[in-house]
Design a protein around this ligand. Structure first.
Ligand code: ITT
Length: 192
């Protein structure tokens, strides 16, 4: 099955295709001629995921899905949340985001956090939402070089390793995105 995945993030593309498996052919917006940045300016993850999926569907009429992810830190009132990509700067500066997160958590004993992914699917013109969550804590320093974004700081519940110290398979098995994508796959195989 051919389906468009609205992302410019190559790490995400790899993670999602690994979970989807060989039965699905992922197509990027660029491959269907959409080269501009797809707007995502909603105040919620759900709103952004839907906004991106609708943008693609309106222009191509093809089945598509989009995801949006946020890191929600308890002691920061749920920040950076929907602003996770642009927490420290206007761009996707992972290192600066991690530095700012550590600074904002200095001296805080509550380091509880969760990653939350929302996927919006448009299949045959109908919209569907899927959610995946992983609970964990924010470490006091970065560890590991795998993955991307906040992975070096995030210790999933019950683990002494950060996501950035895990293989892609280990991260996918328990991650927010892995969980959301498995729900998407279950749905797609039953609605093909
Ligand atoms: P696209 O919108 O092009 O898909 P993005 O990098 O903006 O890519 P998101 O909006 O879904 O992706 O995620 C916002 C930010 O949250 C992202 O830039 C990372 O900093 C962080 N993030 C998302 N998923 C993550 C993960 O699995 N591990 C660590 N950080 C993650």
């Amino acid at each position: 099955m051919k389906i468009i995945f609205a992302t410019n993030n190559k790490h995400k593309l790899q993670e999602v295709s690994a979970v989807l498996g060989p039965g699905f052919e992922l197509v990027t917006p660029r491959e269907v001629g959409i080269t501009e940045e797809i707007p995502e300016d909603s105040p919620t993850l759900e709103g952004n995921a839907l906004q991106k999926a609708r943008y693609l569907y309106e222009r191509t009429g093809l089945d598509c899905f989009a995801d949006d992810t946020g890191l929600e830190v308890e002691a920061l009132g749920g920040a950076p949340g929907v602003h996770s990509a642009r927490y420290a700067t206007d761009g996707h500066d992972f290192a600066a985001n991690n530095r700012l997160l550590l600074k904002n958590l200095e001296g805080k004993t509550n380091r509880q956090a969760r990653f939350r992914t929302v996927i919006a699917l448009i299949l045959g013109g109908k919209e569907h939402l899927f959610e995946g969550i992983v609970e964990g804590v924010i470490d006091t320093k970065e560890n590991g070089t795998e993955g991307f974004g906040y992975d070096p700081l995030f210790l999933p519940e019950g683990s002494s390793c950060s996501f950035a110290e895990m293989t892609a398979e280990e991260k996918n098995a328990i991650s927010h995105r892995g969980r959301a994508v498995r729900k998407l796959v279950d749905f797609l195989v039953n609605h093909k």
